[in-house]
Design a protein around this ligand. Structure first.
Ligand SMILES: Nc1ncnc2c1ncn2[C@@H]1O[C@H](COP(=O)(O)OP(=O)(O)OP(=O)(O)O)[C@@H](O)[C@H]1O
Ligand SMILES: [Mg+2]
Length: 938
């Protein structure tokens, strides 16, 4: 059987791989045969041979090619045109002009190149530090290998929360479900099994395959790698998106902004060109002049500024032991509006210790029953070994005591290997050593899973075969018969106190050979195990800082609501409402966002619930971060805009995360958010500069060419002017940012920027014309003097205005700029002033400034800055651009009000409007980019 399919795949098979669509229709045996695979895995030699043939399992390379970066500098059509025109001019016209233009362009390109190359290297270095691995069977052993090293024929294991590392034909599937939305856009899970599908089944319905780039939403499985990298559907999509990292919202905004400027430049250039032709100026001069103006307007340095800022941001975060996996993650951090966080290990220490083992009567285990007790039991100190261990006598029909039961229904070994933190904590209890665990032999186990929240084992002991269950207390109690009221009372008291309680129960099971969830019934309560996990010392402060930044913090936990609420109280996190997994199940997707808005604690939720909550918030237009460390958090980490995990988290969580906290210190999160916003704020400054002053200057120069009998500036001078201006701007990413600009997540708003441009652009031009009038009418400047005076004045105004624009504070000196920025701006003015006196002045077409010009230029500059300062007040007052503090929306406001160190009340400024839903297409593209980043090779 399967011959038709096998023949159909012949071509691919010759190359050593199978398309998933074909492999899905084969039996496991046929697929193995077709790929020459072996359930025991490939030998190292065979792996090497295959890798040589099909290449690495990568869809990206993070090798930074200097040549590619250089080539990108010439991507701008303008630069090409200008270069061509200069070349023509070299042969037919002014040689010096052409050479000057050439030299300045070379320096400009070098500047852009150096900046971008450095930033790209920083991005690549991030990739080098992060490894994405898969668990693979090779030569009979389970190994961990880099996902890029997988080859067709490998046998791979997959589990909850993992990204499927290649196209797999499933060999085993245990309740396996995959989230294939990355490929199909379909958000319901695809259920998987091993049976072949009918030939010709469409690619989005391949039940017998787990596909590369999809996420395991439930269960686990083992699969044979049939195709890797570009041979998979995911690989084709990822490659189709291009090799550079995905555009962030910010970069999209920048691109739109650049486009806006490009249009303006286009119109202007054409206009100037025509005017100059009409005025009978030489064609080549007109071309050069208009192109130089166009180059002056386009913000060439913008991409470099952004990447350089991001790179600087990642460095700053690395110093605080925060590792971001990709450059753009810093920006994402700055955008975060809602932070969902898991409880254990993030808000709490995650070092569980057994505090009490209570018998079914609610009393410390081993203590005499209260009525006839000789003295009160030492309730506070139950792990104490002085209590006689419950099974000191022979185990009887009543079943094992609580601690013994806890150790039997346990997936960790006595040495603390494997298992989850709770299981390990039980072994570490002092009384554990005295428990007669050795008297039991395990027959079967139904492992812990986060949906059922319990674990069961079948063990043979002295009293025969028994079933022991351990799990979430109220849920285990529901499976028990004859639960004493004292046990319920004790449970409620411990939960209210913030204790993490699991219940243990057992029953005789002489006729069971294996375990099924249905067997967990008619249990007899063995008791309660109360564990302690105190809140982190610094968590309260961190939560407060986040609240002050307008980030709403919500807790999502699999634990009991009472415990979650207690932890919130201890941390000073206001509890606005509590929703449980059961509540969520009753809410449809339409009702969910409003419900989430109301609540701040989500308890007894499943891993899928966590992801669902995150998705619901995202579709409501919020930027969501998720912080978690467990396998059960991985789905939500994938679903969030920014997944954050801790270095001590599980492999799956660390793999799914975008940001890793190397120290378990939550305070750095607020630093991350601040850093992201700082970068945003600084880039906006650059944009505002470009749209106002720089743009205005170029515009005036263009206009002046229509009225003056000569060119107001030579093309080379324009380029030099632009170069010096650009150089001064490189320091912007280092600038200080006012506290009020960091108080809220900022979003790109093209409308605001356009308004800024339409105010400051004309203002600057108006002023320039005044300057022209003075230079010509009063000072009677000739061409050289005019150009020199205008060059110096325009550079002074263009660069110094940064001090006014960089802050909402008025007068501007109330906010201190960074030293490099101050130095760069002043240096630019100094250089501009110096140039006319240097030997290069001649070839550049400059001459010394007549002494009377100096006070005029100074006065003009000061007057301009004063005017801008005035205009700024009205503009910023109505604008959100470098925005002041104020409540964002919903619960954030409540939190700010409740937090002692909350931000100051807002000062009569507008709030952010309703969040806007993101276009799903762009958002999907971004996720694909993000997921593709793991399949990266040098
Ligand atoms: N090893 C275990 N054996 C039995 N029950 C467990 C075990 N670990 C956890 N539980 C139960 O399952 C519940 C959910 O645990 P889970 O680890 O899924 O929650 P979580 O979302 O990670 O919570 P947290 O906020 O504590 O990190 C726990 O509250 C506990 O009652
Ligand atoms: Mg957890």
């Amino acid at each position: 059987m399967g011959t038709v399919a096998v023949r159909a795949t012949g071509a691919a098979r010759d190359e050593g791989w199978l398309a998933a669509t074909d492999a899905a229709a084969l039996t496991v045996a046929d697929a193995l045969a077709a790929l020459g695979g072996d359930p025991q895995g490939l030998t190292p030699d065979e792996v090497r041979r295959r890798r040589d043939r099909v290449g690495p399992n990568a869809v990206r390379t993070h090798w930074v090619s200097a040549l590619a970066v250089l080539a990108r500098q010439f991507r701008s059509a303008l630069l090409g045109l200008l270069l061509a025109a200069a070349t023509v001019s070299f042969f037919v016209g002014e040689r010096t002009d052409a050479v000057v233009i050439g030299v300045i362009l070379a320096v400009s390109v070098g500047l852009g190149f150096a900046n971008e190359y450095r930033a790209e290297r920083a991005g690549a270095a991030l990739h080098d530090r992060v490894r994405h691995v898969a668990s693979v069977v090779r030569a009979g052993r389970v190994e961990t290998v880099d996902v890029v090293d997988l080859v067709p024929g490998d046998v791979v294991r997959i589990g909850l929360g993992q990204v499927v590392p290649a196209d797999l034909r499933l060999v085993e599937a245990h309740r396996l479900e995959c989230d294939e939305s990355a490929l199909t856009g379909e958000s319901t899970s695809a259920v998987k099994d091993t049976a072949p599908v009918p030939p010709g089944t469409p690619p989005d319905d391949l039940a017998s395959c787990a596909l590369m780039g999809t996420v395991v939403r439930a269960g686990s499985g083992v699969g044979l790698v049939v195709a890797t990298a570009g041979h998979t559907a995911f690989g084709r999509i990822a490659v189709g998106l291009g090799t550079r990292h995905g555009e962030t919202e910010f970069q999209q905004g920048l691109r739109r902004f650049s486009l806006l400027l490009a249009r303006v430049a286009g119109v202007l250039t054409a206009l100037i060109f025509v005017i100059n032709l009409v005025l009978h100026r030489p064609v080549i001069d007109a071309v050069l002049f208009s192109l130089a103006i166009a180059v002056g307007i386009t913000p060439q340095l913008l991409p470099a500024i952004v990447t350089a800022s991001l790179a600087a941001g990642t460095r700053a975060l690395a110093a605080r032991r925060v590792l971001v996996k990709r450059l753009v993650c810093v920006e994402d951090l700055g955008n975060v509006e809602v932070l969902f966080t898991d409880k254990t290990g993030t808000l709490t220490d995650g070092r569980l210790t057994l505090a009490e083992a209570l018998g079914p009567d609610g009393q410390p285990d081993g203590a005499p029953a209260p009525p006839d007790a000789a003295g009160p039991p030492d309730a506070a100190d139950p792990g104490d070994a002085t209590h006689p261990p419950d099974a000191a006598g022979p185990p009887d029909a009543a079943g094992p005591g609580p601690l013994l039961a806890g150790l039997l229904a346990n997936e960790a070994g006595p040495d603390g290997a494997d298992g989850n933190p709770l299981d390990r904590a039980l072994w570490q209890a002092p009384a554990a050593a005295a428990q007669p665990v050795d008297a039991y032999r395990r027959v079967a186990v139904l492992p812990f899973d986060h949906e059922r929240r319990r674990v069961s084992v079948l063990v043979d002991g002295l009293a025969g075969r028994i079933l022991v269950t351990k799990g979430a207390a109220e849920e285990v109690l529901a499976l028990c018969v004859d639960v004493p009221q004292q046990a319920r009372d004790a449970l409620d008291a411990r939960l209210a106190d913030g204790g993490r309680v699991v219940a243990v129960a057992s029953r005789p099971a002489p006729d069971l050979a294996g375990l099924d969830p249905a067997d967990e019934r008619d249990l007899r309560l063995a008791g309660l195990l109360v564990l302690r996990d105190p809140p982190k010392a610094d968590a309260a402060g961190a939560v407060r800082r986040l609240a002050a930044l307008g980030v709403t913090v919500k807790v999502i936990t699999g634990d009991h609501p009472a415990v979650a609420v207690r932890v919130c109280e201890q941390l000073g996190l206001p509890v606005t409402g509590v929703l449980t997994g059961a509540d969520l199940a009753g809410l449809d997707d339409a009702a969910l966002p409003a419900a989430i808005e109301q609540a701040s604690v989500f308890a007894r939720v499943s891993p899928e619930d966590k992801a669902r909550l995150v998705r619901a918030q995202r579709t409501a237009g919020r930027d969501v971060a998720f912080l978690g460390d467990g396998v059960n958090d991985a789905l939500a980490l994938h679903a969030a805009d920014v997944g954050i995990s801790v270095d001590t988290g599980t492999d799956v969580a660390r793999d799914a995360a975008d940001v890793l906290l190397l120290d378990k210190d939550l305070d750095v999160l607020a630093d991350g958010v601040t850093e992201g916003r700082r970068i945003f704020a600084n880039t906006i400054k650059y944009v505002l500069m470009g749209t106002s002053s720089n743009f205005g200057n170029m515009f005036s120069a263009a206009g002046a060419s229509a009225f003056l009998p000569f060119l107001p500036m030579l093309p080379g001078q324009i380029l030099l002017n632009n170069l010096i201006y650009d150089l001064s701007q490189i320091a912007i990413p280092t600038d200080r940012v006012d506290a009020d600009q960091l108080a809220r997540p900022a979003h790109w708003d093209l409308r605001e920027i356009r308004r800024f441009m339409l105010t400051f652009g004309p203002l600057s031009s108006l002023f320039d014309f005044l300057a022209f009038a003075l230079l010509i009418g009063v000072l009677h400047a000739g061409p050289t003097e005019f150009r020199t005076g205008w060059f110096v004045e325009s550079l002074a105004t263009q660069t110094l205005v940064v001090f006014a624009i960089r802050t909402r504070a008025s007068p501007f000196w109330r906010s201190r700029p960074s030293r490099p920025l101050l130095a760069a701006a002043l240096a630019a003015v100094a250089v501009a002033w110096l140039i006319p006196y240097l030997p290069v002045a001649g070839p550049l077409g400059f001459g010394p400034l007549p002494p009377v010009f100096v006070p005029v230029v100074v006065a003009l500059t000061v007057a301009y800055l004063a005017l801008v300062e005035l205009a700024k007040r009205t503009l910023f007052a109505a604008s959100d651009l470098l925005r002041p503090p104020g409540p964002v929306t919903g619960t954030a406001g409540t939190q700010q009000a409740a937090a002692p160190q909350a931000a100051a009340p807002q000062a009569g400024t507008q709030q952010t409007g309703a969040p806007q839903a993101r276009p799903p297409e762009a958002s999907r593209r971004r996720r694909t980019h993000r997921r593709a980043a793991r399949f990266t090779t040098r």
